[in-house]
Design a protein around this ligand. Sequence first.
Ligand code: GLY
Length: 552
Amino acid sequence: MGTFVFISSCKKEKIVGLIAEKAMVVSARIEASEIGVKILKKGGNAYDAMIATHFALAVVYPVAGNIGGGGFMVYRNANGEKGALDFREKAPITANRDMYLDSLGNIIKNKSRLGIHAVGIPGSVAGVFEVHKKLGSLPMKELIQPAIDLARNGFVVTEKQAASLNSANSSFKKANNYTIYFEKEWKAGDVLKQEELALTLERIRDYGKDGFYKGKTAEYIVNYSKELGGLICYNDLEKYQAIWRKPIEFSYKNYSITSMTLPASGGICLAQILKAIEPFDLSKIKHNSTEYIQLLTEAERRSYADRANYLGDIDFVDVPIDSLIDTDYINKRMATFSWDKATPSSKVSNGKILGYESNETTHYSIVDQFGNAVAVTTTLNTGYGSKVLVKGAGFFLNNEMDDFSSKPGVPNVYGLVGSKANEIAAEKRMLSSMTPTIIEENNQLKMVVGTPGGSTIITSVLQNILNVFEYDMGMQESVNQPRFHHQWLPDQIRMEPNGFDKKTKEKLTKLGYNLLERNSLIIGRVDAILIRKDGTLEGGADTRGDDAAAGF
Ligand code: GLY
């Protein structure tokens, strides 16, 4: 499972991901993908597999898989009905706009990123119970048990995982007042057992959502938060609710695209960028050529400027979504685009509307044997979130508060700036870039896609859509392509190293683009499923991580 096959087409070897006849799960870890598939084989549906995969990732992928974070799900039922679930974290009840500023109004370094003050109220457990209530078919106990077993019996740490854990070691120390069980020198092949997490998962198994938001787990969270001087109280936990939302739906050429709405910016930005590109004939523009990078960059620049100015939690601010994704509006925004020279970001602000993550997140895609499809992106924000491991309960808490705009114009960890729309308020949800997305052609399911990557999530999803639907790539071939990213500010094109040819880069520089190509730069870790013409499923599991597909 999860390996590639090579298909010889003409003279070229074409890389093809795992092919399955009926059902597939693609996630950051083979253990989680296999647990999801096991549930499907038992007769469970994609929603059951979502729950099992989510809990498994919380054990086997602690850098981003979580019960102490949040996320978003976009789904499409076999009958074509679509929907979206928001289980994003919330600011605590006692949070306020200036909580990360000192008496002079300056940002207090790292307060929104490391340690207990960075933590938003977790939404993941409420999210999976919401999914179960509305769409699940097997008993919750069966869905969570594999994760409990995995936490208790342990799993084998990979090389990439050992490096990631070791790099976070000093932050683990700073964020906690005791030695957490992740603090040691890790090496590939070590076994990680998490008994306290197993016990927490058992409380969730036995008491449902209350096993997390009330009772002993809540006590562990609130007590440890108090010990560390944090804000989280019982009321914060009891009040947390996941919310069903209307997804963003739009068309790009013959394709219908469904993606996440606010507080995730992904759907709106993806719609803006694809609509900006749509009038151009990509069959005449070579993949990853100077012109291709120019076009996407200029569309991205304009969209991210709007993101910074207009987008925030829809329950708190009035966001003109329809106007922002209106084709005329987007065409006007692109009117200043020239093939002859870059538009400096200083010359691009938000458009005028009439009327009115280390970047560690994780994404998994699921298609079941009944034809249901699920795209879930979930996170603790940066790797291991706030690095706070709840004493006695064994799981990391997120540092999602950094996704708010702590001060207008001051960039967050992803270099993203924000404005009033995304300022902090009690119980508000912070703006996200997550972009779980489902694509249909002629009312038939075609692709399930998403990725981690902080601000680069949107542009990574975008490039995979274009790779497959404009450049005729298979799913794994698409996922393997080098990626680039622009987000208005800072005014630079980030590029994965060694992926783009020298001449292309020279031409871009001559046109006035600033390129950033660092050795270790990874843009996104896309996990996706493509429904091929013959009806079989092809997984795209990103080799930038330990990601793997499983299916049957
Ligand atoms: N924490 C990254 C995001 O939600 O965009």
